[in-house]
Structures are given as structure tokens and as C-alpha cells.
Design a protein around this ligand. Sequence first.
Ligand code: NAD
Length: 422
Amino acid sequence: MTYQNRRTFLKNGLVAGTAILTPMSLMKIMAQTGQNVNSPNNKVLLGVIGTGSRGMHLMQIINDNKNQNGIEIVAICDVYKPHLDEAQAIAPNAKAFEDYRDLLEMKDLDGVIIATPLHVHAAPTIDALNSGLHVFCEKAMARNIEDVHAMALAHYETGKILQIGQQRLFDPKFLRGMDKVHNGDLGIVTQIRAFWHRNNDWRRPVPSPDLERFINWRLYREYSAGLLTELACHHIQVGNWAKRALPIDVRGTGSISYWKDGREVYDNVALIFRYEDGTQFIYDSMIQNKKYGLEVQIMGDKGTLEMETNRFFLENPPAPPKPAGIVQLVQDLERNVFGSVPIGSSSWDAELADTNPGEPIIQNDSTDGTPESLTGFANSIREGKSIPGLFEEGYYGTMWTLLGEQAIDTGEVVKIPQQFVV
Ligand SMILES: NC(=O)c1ccc[n+]([C@@H]2O[C@H](COP(=O)([O-])OP(=O)(O)OC[C@H]3O[C@@H](n4cnc5c(N)ncnc54)[C@H](O)[C@@H]3O)[C@@H](O)[C@H]2O)c1
């Protein structure tokens, strides 16, 4: 479908940004065995552009799950020789390149994985799509909304797959959790809270001072929006997924409150996204305290999900069976003696958190979804078509992250400009 046709299609009633990923559709994706690939033995032949920390991690995952994904890494590319050499050890038979444009000219490639720094996502993605290749591009999509939109246009116009590295879309506990949200198991959801807290300076060691900005690109505004594009975009995508809608606007604040070490990106941010039905999605992130770690809390009038830690809680869980005999007698006595409100003290109980332990969303929580996202990408290539709604989840995850950055920078309430709705 061309971009123009898609816009007409959306105007005729479909809501933009709604994915239809469910455990069933995931199983279907994983079972796909089409033949739309260059290799005669149904292998998917990929190049990896940007073989730093994430690029090499993805390569390792591909190797460790070869039987599921059927991917062969036939090319690697990095401008930084030490990383290229390290990656060559993971894929000894891959052809090595220093310029990604040379890699794109290789014969018989099916697609590329792009794991360069954020500001180097758009150009290789668009060039690869225009060269007829499918692309798995790491999140966030790009450093500015114009580039994000240009990547979307290249995807729609070429018809090639563009999958963004938002692995929660393939994580079974998120898939099952979303089923619960959408089935109504949580009742009416009116608030989502998410946070990502760390306690470290987020700096990487630099072999020589002239490599500071190149290696620590996450800390400089030219290349990254820091906590927002690196972490928040994961949870912002989940918020939209849960609501099956896009926010109507975002407001926020941010500061460099602790790591005053020359970095340019905020080390402390807070955002509020509002949805049409009144739902508020409250997000915060910092890197000077890790007590609460990371979480996505989806709250309805009947139940709550804590997605990252795989927990589901009912507002009114069924009462546990009553203990019999002497145990109950002792408990009743205790309640009578200690349970009454003493004279002269407060006549109300503070509404402390419910200590009900809840239940797991899924029984076997053994993956973060990354291996499955790579298998899903390979299977989409074999089928020769994108998974419906998947790209748009990544698109709006990044788009609303960058609009959140704008809200913080300007102090204004920011809406999505109409031309960036795809
Ligand atoms: N999905 C996730 O959970 C997750 C986790 C970590 C990182 N990431 C994403 O992966 C991407 C890379 O992060 P990282 O931590 O690996 O960064 P990194 O700095 O460790 O690696 C980036 C690599 O790209 C190379 N590079 C830079 N410019 C290049 C160019 N023009 N051509 C080829 N190579 C080039 C660098 O030399 C480096 O080796 C980022 O977008 C990041 O957000 C995603």
C-alpha cells in the first residue's frame, strides 16, 4: 500500500497506531515458513550495521537461537575498527565493511540490522529500504521527528519491512498482559504509571579524549535525547499499546540535577501523556537512585498489571479459605483485642498499598522478547510482508518520545502535528 493510499484508508475509519499483536498472532508469526528469501535453503541472509554493544548482543542472540530464526549473518559494518574486529569473532565468515553503503551493494542480502547510535539510524535505514532490503532498526527510530517520518515514508513507499527494536512487543508477559487489558480483566483503565530508574553515571570508558562524544553519544543532545530516547521510548510504546490509542498531548519537565559533569541530556525527567478518554500516563526516569528500578503499572477499576515484574493483581481478590478451629479462635481474639480503634487516636486508617501478592501474568518468564523479535523479523522476510501494526507501534513510540522532549524543552503542552500522523 502506498503512503497516500494508507492515509485514505486510515481516514476511512481505522485508528492509527493500533497493533493487533496477541499471543495468537505471535504464535502465527513464529510458525511462518514462507520462501521469500535469497538463500536456497530458506536461510535469511542479514548484514549488521553498527557492531557496538547492542549490535554484538543481537548477533550473539541470533547465533544462540539459530534453529528458531534461521538467520545467517553474512556481513558486518562499523566505522570503529575495534568493534568491527570484536564482531568478526562472533561471525567469522561475515564480510566486513567500514562504510555501510558498500555493505548495501552486496549481492543476495535479504536485510540489515541497524544498531548504530540514534543520530545514525535514519540514513542507513532509508538507503537500505531504497536498495530493496528489509530493515530491523534499533529503537529509538531517529533523533528528530522529521527523520522518523522520512523513515516511515521510505517503508510505505518501498513496501519493504521496517521493524523497530521494541522487544516488549514480542515478550510473552507483555502480550498476555495486553490481552488482559484489552479483554477487560482490569476493568476501566484510567491511569498508567511507568518509570525507569538507575544509579550510575551512564558513562563509558573512552580510550582517548577525542573519542568522548563518539563513544558517549548518549550524553550529548546532538546525538541523543538521553533517558528519553534510550529508555522512555520502550514504555511510551507500551502505554499507547495498552490504550490502543495515541495521546492527545504531552507535558513535562526535566533537569540535569545530579550528574553535572558536562553532559547535555537531562538526568531527571517527568512526562504526562493524556488520552482522549481521560486516561493519564505518568512517566518518570532518573539515574541517581535505583530503589524502584523499572516498571509499567496499568491500573483499572478491577485490577492492576505490573508488566516488567510479571504480576497481576485484582482489586478485590477472592478471600483465602478460613483457617479452622483453634487458629481461627486465636485470630478472632487478637482482632477483638487489638483491632479496635483506641480512644484518642486517629479514627481513620491510612490508605497504605495493598499487600495482596497477586499472581504471575505468565508462568514461565524466561525472555525479554528480543530473540522472538529477531525470529519474527526473519519470518516476516520469509513471508515477504510486515506484521500488521508492528511498525506503527515503533513509529509512535519514538514520535511521542520526541514530542515529550519538545514539551520539556519548551515548557509547553505538545500535540502531534497532523502531517506526522501516518
Ligand atoms: N532494544 C534495546 O533494548 C536496546 C538496548 C541497548 C541499545 N539499543 C539501541 O541500539 C543502538 C546502539 O546502541 P549501543 O549501546 O550498541 O551503542 P554503541 O555506541 O555501543 O554502538 C554503536 C556502534 O555503531 C558504530 N557506528 C557509529 N557510526 C557508524 C556508521 N556511520 N556506520 C557504521 N557504524 C557506526 C559505532 O562505532 C559503534 O560500534 C542505539 O540506538 C540504542 O538505543 C537498544
